[in-house]
Design a protein around this ligand. Structure first.
Ligand SMILES: CCCCCCCCCCCC(=O)SCCNC(=O)CCNC(=O)[C@H](O)C(C)(C)COP(=O)(O)OP(=O)(O)OC[C@H]1O[C@@H](n2cnc3c(N)ncnc32)[C@H](O)[C@@H]1OP(=O)(O)O
Length: 216
């Protein structure tokens, strides 16, 4: 396991694979979040549950590290704690099955109840975040690692909770450091939201590639 210093002084920790134990904890925490939102338990059960969660938190805090950004070389360089794709981040939906084929980036996501905005629908901000992330992936995989300076989202139909959604993204054009890209999210083949973004290639970000990842 190695650490590479970044231009802003923060460190990125490289890990060979998604850590199985950490992912397991993240999956269980996702379950806890869902149970917390849906529970109709009596006060005594809620108190007992809170104590158990507190005990689990203390156990996890027994050994901590400062670095949060961890990247594995597998699957095109997954940032395991990322807010959108991180399998070890219980707040990430997460966006999974990321792939890059013939210039097209794709991924899958199922929004949990915790992502609810309007009743039964995904929150628009989270839909935008997923689109933003897919755009970032598409630009990183097609051109170079970049940051979003502008994103516009058109919401065309309800993006449902608890349903498998497909996300696709691609680079449209490049003008110096500026990269123009577009993405969409689909439910059952129908587009629910479309995004257009301008991203700026930034030196010092970890380089990721679709197949052979080199982070050294
Ligand atoms: C490893 C696994 C990871 C896995 C990760 C996978 C992908 C994750 C993607 C997530 C995406 C994000 O959330 S990114 C996070 C949110 N975004 C940010 O935090 C970015 C905040 N902004 C910045 O830090 C800065 O603006 C920079 C560094 C991006 C650019 O600053 P700069 O380097 O000084 O560049 P600057 O000269 O200002 O601009 C460069 C060119 O872009 C143009 N430009 C700038 N802003 C705009 C704009 N809004 N609309 C149009 N054009 C613009 C300028 O006119 C200029 O054009 P010209 O004169 O050259 O023609």
């Amino acid at each position: 396991m190695s650490v590479s210093p970044q231009s802003d002084g923060r460190e990125i920790r490289l890990v060979p694979n998604v850590p199985v134990g950490t992912k397991l904890v993240a999956d269980r925490v996702r379950d806890v979040i869902d149970a917390c939102i849906h529970t109709d338990s009596p006060a005594a059960d809620l108190e007992a549950a809170a104590q158990l969660i507190e005990q689990a938190t203390q156990l996890l805090r027994k050994r901590s590290r400062d670095t949060s950004l961890q990247v594995t070389r597998s699957n095109g360089g997954i940032s395991i704690n990322n807010a959108i794709e991180g399998p070890c981040n219980p707040v990430a939906p997460p966006l999974t099955d990321l792939a890059y084929v013939d210039g097209e980036t794709s991924g899958c996501v199922t929004f949990p109840t915790a992502a609810e905005g309007p009743p039964g629908r995904a929150h628009g901000g989270l839909v935008a975040a997923v689109l933003d992330h897919a755009l970032g992936r598409a630009v990183a995989w097609t051109v170079a690692a970049a940051m979003t300076v502008s994103i516009t989202v058109d919401y065309r139909a309800a993006t449902p909770l608890h349903q498998p959604l497909c996300v696709t993204a691609r680079v449209v054009s490049v003008d110096g450091r500026k990269v123009f890209a577009e993405a969409e999210i689909r439910y059952d083949g129908q587009i629910t939201a479309v995004a257009k973004a301008i991203m700026i290639v930034v030196a010092g970000l970890p380089s990721i590639a679709p197949t052979a990842v080199s982070l050294d």
